[in-house]
Design a binder for this molecule. Structure first.
Ligand SMILES: Nc1ncnc2c1ncn2[C@@H]1O[C@H](COP(=O)(O)OP(=O)(O)O)[C@@H](O)[C@H]1O
Ligand SMILES: [Mg+2]
Length: 272
């Protein structure tokens, strides 16, 4: 809406996880490197946790983008209340088994065979389970079964579990001890510091700015954004988006404290 006024080529604070906008904070950078390391060494599970909106899904997308698409096949599953059969079926579907060939039962055997045929063609298969904090203990056990699929030399499947902090709590339960022992890479994403928040905002503005010189956010307005967003990128996007809208309403090229206050008021009203 305000893009033209500020000379933006597109919305800088869109909340879709678009890798084009990836800002590599120290944490995001380390997380990405560790996931790449985990994939290259393909020994076990990888787990990434973090608060809602801190960039987990975006990091996964960026990871996928960096992989050689001729080699990697990926199954990306959002866990909800699925049964073990449904989970295995979705994986088969995601890695390209035609619907007509999907089995009614014996999924594990079929999956094993199908994965083997892919591996023999030189493929690597990565399974990402997003929002994995929703997995029941039974399903986590099913996922562990999947991780057992292997030939003499190698695992058939690499598994990355992504979830909110509850996932970490779950994985620390005694009944998941065995599961936990298989985790090769674990990374917990934390919110951005105020300095990084500033860089993050500038990074997004730079990507969409066609005119030289970025629109200004006053220091006090920025402090307010930081205090409200507490380093969570999705919240930063939301506040900034609405604050720019408010500044645009005044036809001002400068985002001021009152714009941020208006933005916060709008957000709070919507979340009632
Ligand atoms: N490092 C980052 N660089 C750029 N944008 C980010 C970054 N981290 C998060 N975001 C943005 O924040 C929003 C939420 O990110 P998302 O990956 O969906 O979070 P999560 O999966 O952890 O809930 C998205 O708009 C995303 O683009
Ligand atoms: Mg997500």
């Amino acid at each position: 809406m305000y893009q033209q006024f500020y000379g933006f080529s597109e919305d800088p604070f869109n909340i879709t996880p678009d890798p084009k906008f990836l800002y590599l904070s120290e944490e995001h950078n380390t997380a990405l490197s560790m996931l790449k390391y985990g994939l290259e060494h393909s020994k076990g599970f990888m787990v990434m946790t973090g608060e809602v909106g801190c960039g987990k899904t975006l990091l996964c997308r960026s990871l996928l983008q960096s992989l050689d698409e001729n080699t990697y096949e990926t199954a990306w599953i959002y866990s909800s209340n699925v049964t073990q059969e449904q989970l295995f079926r979705s994986i088969l579907k995601e890695i390209g088994m035609p619907a007509s060939k999907l089995p009614e039962s014996d999924h594990l055997d079929v999956l094993n065979e199908y994965l083997l045929s892919k591996i023999n063609k030189g493929k690597e298969i990565l399974l990402i389970i997003d929002e994995a904090q929703n997995l029941s203990y039974e399903l986590l056990e099913a996922v562990r079964l999947l991780s057992n699929l292997e030939t003499d030399q190698r695992k058939l499947l690499q598994i990355l579990l992504v979830g909110q902090p509850e996932l970490k709590v779950k994985l620390n339960q005694p009944q998941l001890r065995q599961f936990k022992q298989r985790i090769l890479v674990y990374y917990e994403l934390h919110p951005l510091s105020p300095k990084e928040t500033q860089r993050y905002i500038n990074h997004r503005l730079t990507i969409v700015s066609s005119q030289p010189g970025l629109p200004k956010i006053t220091y006090r307005a920025f402090r307010k954004i930081c205090k409200y967003a507490r380093g969570i990128p999705r919240v930063i996007n939301n506040v900034c988006n609405k604050a720019f809208m408010s500044a645009y309403g005044r036809l001002s090229k400068k985002v001021e404290t009152k714009d941020v206050m208006q933005a916060i008021k709008d957000i709070e009203r919507l979340s009632l």
